[in-house]
Design a protein around this ligand. Structure first.
Ligand code: ATP
Ligand code: MG
Length: 575
């Protein structure tokens, strides 16, 4: 069974094919995934990862993992390592691992070039004044009084900015473009600001730091990126991306990249093209890093890898196969159409992959004792079960069978509702792989709760006998009480109970929409062999859903499984 999805012909795939066909960049394709190392990757990031790595792979190209670390913030090694692990887990590997902060000297030389071309100036307006001069969407901005400084004066001031002679916020370097442009991004945007903060990579070497738009296009160019794929919010920034690169002409000005060659960083410089696509959004969750960090810090979840989190590390712990996430984004395709996708579509992709890949087992998560009274108490038998109903290559396994079993409490009803075809007083049901049992009597505790169902097994209906075909309406699963292994099973639901927890309605925030029943821990009984499952091994527990051995807590004598997803989409009906 193939679980990878056929390729859809989306506009970026088409664009890259056309570019190659007409020999752009000599047919070379280079992409990059540029995360800021300030949080864990989430399912939305996966959309960008799949696109960037996917486009490179199918075009014999390269894809870089570039840490966009131009902001001087405390480096979080945890994030740097987690991002790499998550990209690999998704099934991708980078051709080069790079840091934008390695290009600081290049950014600086580029700024001097713009100044020398009369295209950048040092501005002394305060942040408030800059805002006031910028104008609005409907009114043009006004020129800064510092806009006409001479090149010599600008160069001198910029060098003194670098030398640390001015305080934070007192001066910026700005591009000299057009204060009346209808695109506010072109109204003399800042290229550099002063921040006397040490940088995780460059220490105290710099006290001026480049702005995102300026640094990003140059980073793409010096890495030889051909297709800079980003999300739609950068569409209005594309004219600035192009403006910088056109005026810098890095391809023909080797002096600008000399510092990299001096450091032994050899890359072929390009003139990249930016193309935007719509972000991926999912319902029933939040994906902004700020909110995810808050969920972790306020202990609303059990960490970044909580199986309810939309982070990749959370999806991994939940048991999502990476192929399901890849299929999901590939199928939805890439366009400029902004849409929120139903979480259940992703779960459908998860079920599809697991249906093909997960061996079947039996487990009981809400146990009720069933005793077969017409077998000797010491009866001990081994039954052979297929590991997969549709794929013989999964082989078979032995399952222990004895007269005392656990069945699912919901498979019995003392007073059955109409249409209930499973076990009931006086009724019959098939025990999967065993035969047909009839409920003869019940044992109740002092509170009147049924604690044991006593049954007889029709010996003529045992597997392999002619009577085995006798029809009964229900078949239920079971485990032998004597042989089963006790397990902790974690049942997860959605973290939020509304499709759009971000919707700001009547002063409510996403925190007002948390689902209080999103995690339930039960003690279950499983086929004994599941104690030996490897962490992260995935199974279908028949009739219950797909489960994964917890990657951290399972093992060394502890049996811990997480429910990845139920067998059917029952959201709304179930909790
Ligand atoms: P957030 O808004 O969640 O904090 P971000 O965009 O600031 O995310 P980055 O680390 O800058 O986080 O993201 C790295 C790359 O992933 C960027 O190119 C960004 O466009 C892309 N990306 C982030 N979120 C999504 C999403 N939901 N769908 C597609 N691409 C995304
Ligand atoms: Mg970002």
């Amino acid at each position: 069974m193939s679980i990878e999805t056929p390729l859809a012909n989306h506009f970026i795939r088409q664009l890259i094919r056309e570019d190659r066909a007409r020999g752009l960049h000599n047919g070379r394709v280079a992409t990059r995934f540029p995360p800021e190392p300030n949080g864990y990757l989430h399912l939305g990031h996966a959309k960008s990862i799949c696109l960037n790595f996917g486009m490179a792979a199918e075009n014999d190209g390269v894809c870089h993992l570039r840490f966009d670390d131009t902001n001087p913030v405390k480096e979080d090694l945890e994030y740097i390592e987690a991002i790499q692990a998550d990209v690999r887990w998704l099934g991708f590997d980078w051709d080069r691992l790079l840091h934008a902060s390695d290009y600081f000297e290049v950014f600086y030389l580029c700024a001097e070039k713009l100044i020398r071309k009369g295209l950048a100036y040092v501005c002394d307006l305060s942040a408030d004044e800059v805002r006031e001069y910028r104008g609005t969407l409907t009114s043009p901005g006004r020129d800064s009084p510092f806009r006409d400084r001479s090149i010599t004066e600008n160069l001198g001031l910029f060098r003194r900015m670098r030398a640390g002679e001015y305080a934070d916020g007192t001066r910026t370097l700005r591009a000299k473009i057009d204060m009346a442009s209808p695109n506010i991004n072109l109204r003399d945007p800042a290229l550099y600001r002063i921040r006397k903060v040490p940088h995780q990579n460059t220490g105290d070497a710099w006290c001026i730091y480049p702005m995102y738009d300026y640094a990003h296009c140059i980073s793409d160019a010096v890495e030889g990126i051909t297709h800079s794929l980003c999300t739609l919010e950068f569409e209005d920034h594309r004219p600035l991306y192009d403006w910088c690169l056109d005026h810098l002409d890095l391809v023909n000005d080797a002096s600008l990249t000399a510092p990299l060659r001096a450091k032994g960083l050899h890359m072929s410089v390009s003139r990249p093209q930016q193309t935007e696509f719509a972000r991926g959004n999912l319902d029933y969750t939040v994906m902004s890093k700020r909110k995810l960090i808050a969920l972790v810090q306020d202990a609303i979840v059990d960490g970044w890898d909580d199986p309810r989190m939309p982070t990749l590390i959370g999806a991994r712990r939940r048991g999502f196969p990476p192929a399901a996430i890849r299929n999901f984004w590939e199928r939805l395709g890439y366009s400029k159409q902004v849409a929120t996708i139903e979480y259940s579509v992703l779960e459908g992709c998860v079920r599809e992959v697991l249906d093909a890949q997960a061996p079947r087992r039996m487990g009981v998560i809400d146990p009720l004792r069933l005793v077969i009274t017409n077998l000797p108490a010491g009866h001990d038998e081994t039954l052979t079960f297929a590991n997969h109903p549709k794929d013989e290559s999964f082989g078979t396994r032995e399952v222990a069978f004895a007269p005392v079993l656990w069945i699912e409490r919901e498979d019995f009803m003392e007073v059955p509702v109409k249409g209930f075809h499973r076990l009931q007083p006086g009724g019959e049901v098939r025990l999967r792989g065993v035969g047909i049992v009839r409920c003869e009597s019940l044992v109740k505790d002092d509170a009147g709760k049924v604690v044991e169902v006593r049954c007889t097994l029709d010996p003529d209906t045992r597997a392999g006998l002619p009577g085995a075909d006798r029809k009964v309406k229900g078949t239920i699963h079971w485990v032998s009480a004597r042989h089963a292994v006790a397990a902790q099973v974690r049942l997860y639901g959605r973290l939020f109970n509304v499709p759009d927890p971000d919707e700001d309605e009547g002063g409510k925030t996403y925190r007002d929409h948390l689902n209080p029943d999103s995690k339930r821990i039960v003690q279950a009984w499983l086929e004994a062999s599941l104690a030996q499952a490897a962490p992260e091994e995935r199974f279908q527990f028949e009739r219950l859903g797909y489960f994964v051995a917890d990657r951290l807590d399972h093992g060394d004598g502890r049996v811990v499984f997480n429910r990845t997803v139920t067998l059917r989409d029952s959201y709304g009906k179930q909790k």
